[in-house]
Design a protein around this ligand. Sequence first.
Ligand code: SAM
Ligand code: SF4
Length: 423
Amino acid sequence: MSRPLPPVVAAPAAPGAATPATDPGHFLRPGTLRLPAPPPLALYVHLPWCLKKCPYCDFNSHGTTALDAATQQRYVDALVADLEASLPLVWGRRVSSVFIGGGTPSLFEPAVIDRLLAAVRARLPLEPGCEVTLEANPGTFERERFRAFREAGVTRLSVGVQSFDDAALAALGRVHDADQARAALAEAASAFETWNLDLMYALPGQTPAQLARELDEALAFAPPHLSIYHLTIEPNTLFAVQPPELPDDDSASEMLDLIAARTAAAGLQRYEVSAFARDGHRCVHNLNYWAFGDYLGIGAGAHGKLSFPERVIRQVRWREPATYMARALEGRAVSNEHEVARAELPLEFMMNALRLREGFGLRLFTERTGLPLSSVLAPLQQARERGLLEWLGEGTADERVRPTARGFDFLSDLTALFLNPRA
Ligand SMILES: C[S@@+](CC[C@H](N)C(=O)[O-])C[C@H]1O[C@@H](n2cnc3c(N)ncnc32)[C@H](O)[C@@H]1O
Ligand code: SF4
């Protein structure tokens, strides 16, 4: 279970002929793809500060001891300017989900989140019942705070617990202990109808028996949604420089078996590599990433993917918060923008869609990439012959493919087959 979002992208954005922001005419000129209709659109909002940088984390997050009110307001001003400048690229489209991620968004005052969401609603039409997730760290928990986020329009809270073991939390450099995590979960469960618990496994020194206790404790909260990530050592983190002792592969695979068995026994379905949910509680926002939908990403370092009738583009915003705020307020939040090459689209699509346990309908490939299915039939067949993919409803209008149990276990081998298809 690999590390989480941001969504999987095949290659880093090529440094490019950035034509930043936002001349829609530029993207509407003739291209080589044929997208029949725009995909669903989500909004990602990045808030880049945390109380302290964790040694394993390579997200665009910056430790801060105090995030003063003026900085919070200025950052929201920058987000609103960023959104305003982006509107011509998404004109007339409705937003199916909003995700406020970080960093630690729960560091922001609920009143500031309220202002942010009001500004979003005033500029973008949200689908009725639109999912609005906010990421929270138990170290920022106060009793009334979560309810105030709900009052502001947040519908789903994602709580970064990671572990219920104080020694493990200390080894991970977390700012909270297990009791704070328990209190935050109890409050999330009472304030929200749907919420998520983030856990990591294969932690320094962790044994399968210890993980079993972690799972028991997590599942005792009856989370509607659970994300469980294998701790990965990312380049440019403190753990990359001073690597901790991690469980070996046999032990990690025993842990994965434990996770599968315990979550299933608790009535949670594994619908994606790292995501488990009860019926009706899958994450709409993440499902859109995995189904290769569109997302506008605003905020420091945020990534976006937007489709036009004949091309797909990716954008990145300025990464450093102060630079981002200054540039966004001048209407120049985008640092890099490039068109996804035709030859990269099959791999990008498969790296996302094949993470879904149920796979995808074959029609979705053309709807989302604008490429003919013939461009991936050879690797699809190859994957089938190797027992990595299976077909459902073959020959019908609802024909779909999904990874076999083996394909799901060897996802990188499966997706590698789409590296150089005939696009
Ligand atoms: C961007 S963080 C946001 C949540 C919040 N900042 C927190 O940490 O409590 C989202 C999740 O990514 C996971 N994560 C971050 N770095 C990871 C890594 N190197 N390996 C595995 N999971 C990781 C953690 O489970 C974390 O809760
Ligand atoms: S609190 Fe979350 S986002 Fe911040 S440094 Fe730690 S893992 Fe990264």
